[in-house]
Write a protein of this length. Structure first.
Length: 77
């Protein structure tokens, strides 16, 4: 995992068309979410509950990505 984060950060700063704010913000957001979910993962919960939460999060972020993609034109076109 550390190697992937390192490669991602190197490419973020090396390739001019990549969004530095997007990649670094995503990294920090991922760290924050992981820190928030670690205590929840240690508690014993039914498997279906974890699956339901994961599906809701995927749907929420996919919907947000689709909405955001429809709001701004592609800068490369």
């Amino acid at each position: 995992l550390g190697a992937i984060v390192g490669i991602n950060l190197v490419l973020t700063f090396a390739v001019p068309v990549l969004s530095i704010g997007g990649h670094v913000g995503g990294l920090l957001g991922g760290v924050a979410l992981a820190a928030a979910f670690v205590p929840l993962m240690r508690a014993k919960r039914p498997e279906w509950e974890s699956i339901a939460v994961a599906m809701l999060l995927v749907a929420f972020f996919a919907g947000g990505a689709l909405w955001a993609g429809s709001q701004w034109p592609d800068p490369l076109l």
